[in-house]
Design a protein around this ligand. Structure first.
Ligand code: KG4
Ligand code: ZN
Length: 339
């Protein structure tokens, strides 16, 4: 079964063709980074407008790269939640139009489910159940993935997401957007033990995360140094900050492993590209004698191939939508649309 998938939840307009959930026949991304870099972050209104301009072209390119026409496609999948509402609406409405004009089924895909599925296209034999740590710009979740479409959230952030905390810290230190990615590159040879940051715990919820205190701490540190006229030691501050975020992620993941006893651990989301996180999670998996799965770097950030993969499993589970499908800015991964 060949699925044409569309992703527009944030600042990338993407389309892909995926066969039977595992074979990526094409994956096209129109990045908006050069535009948003001017503002230090994603400007939602600009993102929506660029999606409108790009969506048709990326779909055409995804089809032509795969050597196919729309007649060869069996279903249309699109990200419908969660994300920037104006951005999601572009992909959803384009997908609805394609579904209406071709008579092909419409498959709604949850963004975090698709991030997890980036591992299905990277590791062809990976199957649920497993424990997943999903770390993106907007979400930080520990999820017990029971099947391709059955999820239990076992831990979540109470405030900021890990990616957001990385981006804000990077911006405070003067690094360009996308901050997390640039901090990873610039601070790779910094000393992670040179600065100490707070590592908050949430009483009564040992699997939950909190990153806002950490974010405030780095902002205060940088402002204090600036006021005293001292130089910002970007490499060492960044390396220490990344180390603190990764330690928090590893600590909660270890606790979840102790409770759930999974055989497999899966990383997903934009922050899963982080070199320190990948290295430390490998150590943690080895210590627990469980297998670690991480997405190929090109599938860590937002892309449509992961949407095409998850769309296949949603389709097998009967989760198609009517043309009443709407975009939703906030929706937990364990919920389904009822359309
Ligand atoms: O999953 P994603 O592409 O978009 C959302 O669904 O939010 O994640 C984007 C996030 C951003 O916060 C970005 O800074 C972060 O992933 N990110 C990284 C790295 N690459 C992207 N954070 C740390 N290290 C990286 N190498
Ligand atoms: Zn994402």
């Amino acid at each position: 079964m060949k699925i044409l998938a569309i992703e527009s939840s944030c600042d990338d307009t993407a389309a892909a063709v995926v066969e039977d959930g595992r074979e990526v026949l094409s994956s096209v991304i129109a990045s908006q980074v050069p535009e948003h870099i001017l503002y230090g972050g994603v400007v939602p209104e600009i993102a929506s407008r660029r999606h409108c301009e790009s969506v048709s072209g990326v779909c055409r390119e995804a089809l032509s790269t795969a050597g196919l026409t729309i007649d060869d496609i069996d279903a249309i999948a699109c990200t419908y939640a969660p994300g920037l509402i104006g951005a999601l609406l572009v992909g959803v409405n384009f997908a609805k139009g394609l579904s209406y004009s071709t008579g092909k089924p419409l498959i709604p895909v949850h963004h975090l489910r698709s991030h997890i599925a980036s591992n299905y296209i990277t590791h062809k034999d990976l199957k649920p159940p497993f424990l997943a740590l999903v770390v993106s710009g907007g979400h930080t979740h520990l999820i017990n993935v029971k099947s391709y479409t059955d999820y239990e959230i076992v831990g979540r952030t109470r405030d900021d997401a890990a990616g957001e905390a990385m981006d804000k810290a990077a911006r405070t230190m003067g690094l360009p957007y996308p901050g997390g990615l640039n901090m990873d590159r610039v601070c790779a040879d910094g000393d992670p033990a040179s600065y100490k940051f707070p590592s908050p715990k949430i009483q009564g919820s040992e699997l939950d995360f909190s990153f806002s205190g950490l974010k405030t701490a780095v902002i205060n540190l940088v402002h204090n140094l600036t006021q005293k006229g001292e130089e910002i030691d970007v490499k060492n501050i960044g390396a220490s900050y990344i180390s603190c975020v990764v330690n928090i992620l590893c600590d909660r993941t270890q606790k979840a492993i102790d409770i759930i006893h999974p055989e497999k651990l899966v990383l997903a989301g934009g922050v899963s590209a982080n070199s320190v996180l990948r290295r430390e999670m490998k150590k943690l998996a080895d210590k627990n004698k469980i297998e670690l799965f991480v997405p190929e770097l090109k599938f860590c950030g937002d892309n449509a191939a992961m949407v095409g993969s998850q769309g296949y499993y949603e389709f097998l589970d009967g989760k198609t939508a009517s043309l009443k499908l709407n975009a939703t800015a906030a929706l937990d991964i364990d919920k389904n649309v009822t359309i």
